[in-house]
Design a protein around this ligand. Structure first.
Ligand code: ADE
Ligand code: ZN
Length: 313
């Protein structure tokens, strides 16, 4: 089934095997002796327990070639899942704070995207995410650094630890990003309350909401999302692994669909959460009983929710 993946952190596609290969190439030492022990550490209790390991493993990403290798591995994998379009997140602040120039990050990701599109693989766009726990001033400084690369970006997003960092704090930087011609999206309602989803819509003016699952707690919000056809980029396996949801069988995606919300299915950080995008669709079929027609609607929603439609091939 052709589909788009619209919620994918490229750093979250770092498989342990590649992490160790890059560590060796760059002379970086990981805290784990081998791939099995690193994999065993993927037992998360919440978002922050995951983010700590996710940020730690980024230490192995140093050069343009590393980012190219990372994105190439993901794009090859996504192609096998029927993905024709990817809008991938990356975390510029994490890389800049480690002394890795933005040009290396963006250059590597763009090179992988160009080869993928040229060889009939997924077409890829880049979304730079601000780390909300570092605050709006740091986000504004990051946007200044991103400005010279704006032509290489599709948009900006907002990620990292959610609770205590409401979207409204980032109103100015999101408005400035739009001034640079960038699309805007934001994580909201993953661990944070429905109020954060309202703020992402009404204060940030985002075009899509990432996760948004806690919207099911607020009927007026469900009505608003459905009326506006605002896409939600839902990540079922991620929600279970980070204990936002108990099991796929009780995932709020069923309620979202019943309310007429424009839902899409995505993998978030597939190397860490036990499945790529097709695994998320298959889990919904196997454990929540979604039928083929519903999966086809979800795939069609994803293609329609792309920020820039891919050029005709
Ligand atoms: N699921 C997630 N939520 C917030 N920030 C993230 N960064 C990578 N994955 C994330
Ligand atoms: Zn995410």
């Amino acid at each position: 089934m052709p589909k788009a993946e619209l919620h994918l952190h490229i750093e979250g596609t770092l498989e342990p095997e590649l992490a160790f290969a890059l560590a060796a190439r760059n002379g970086v030492t990981l805290r784990y002796p081998d791939t099995e022990s690193l994999r065993r550490a993927y037992a998360f209790s919440d978002l922050s327990s995951f983010l700590a390991l996710y940020y730690e493993c980024m230490a192995v990403l140093r050069t343009e070639r590393d980012f190219d290798d990372l994105a190439t591995a993901y794009l090859d994998r996504a192609r096998a899942d029927g993905v024709t379009r990817v809008e991938m997140f990356f975390d510029p602040q994490m890389h800049m704070s480690r002394g890795v120039p933005l040009s290396e990050v963006i250059g590597g990701l763009r090179a992988a995207a160009a080869r993928s599109a040229a060889s009939g693989g997924p077409q890829a766009g880049l979304i730079a995410c601000f780390l909300r726990d570092l605050g709006p001033a740091a986000a504004a400084a990051t946007l200044d650094a991103l400005a010279e690369h704006a032509g290489d970006l599709l948009g900006v997003g907002l990620d990292s630890a959610e609770v205590g960092y409401p979207p409204g704090d980032f109103a100015r930087v999101f408005s400035d990003a739009r001034g640079l011609g960038l699309h805007t999206v934001a994580h909201a309602g993953e661990e944070g309350p429905p109020e954060y989803v309202w703020e992402a819509l009404d204060v940030l003016g985002v075009e899509r909401v990432d996760h948004g699952i806690r919207s099911v707690e607020d009927p007026a919000l469900l009505w608003r999302l459905a009326a506006d056809r605002t896409p939600l980029t839902v990540c079922p396996l991620s929600n279970v692994r980070l204990r936002c949801v108990e099991a796929i069988a009780s995932h709020p995606i069923a309620t979202l669909l019943e309310a007429g919300v424009n839902v899409t299915v995505n993998s978030d950080d597939p190397a860490y959460f036990g499945g790529y995008v097709a695994d998320n669709y298959l889990a919904l079929a196997a454990e929540l009983g979604l039928g083929h027609d519903t999966l086809a609607v979800l795939a069609a929603n994803s293609l329609a929710a792309c920020l820039d439609h891919p050029p005709a091939r």
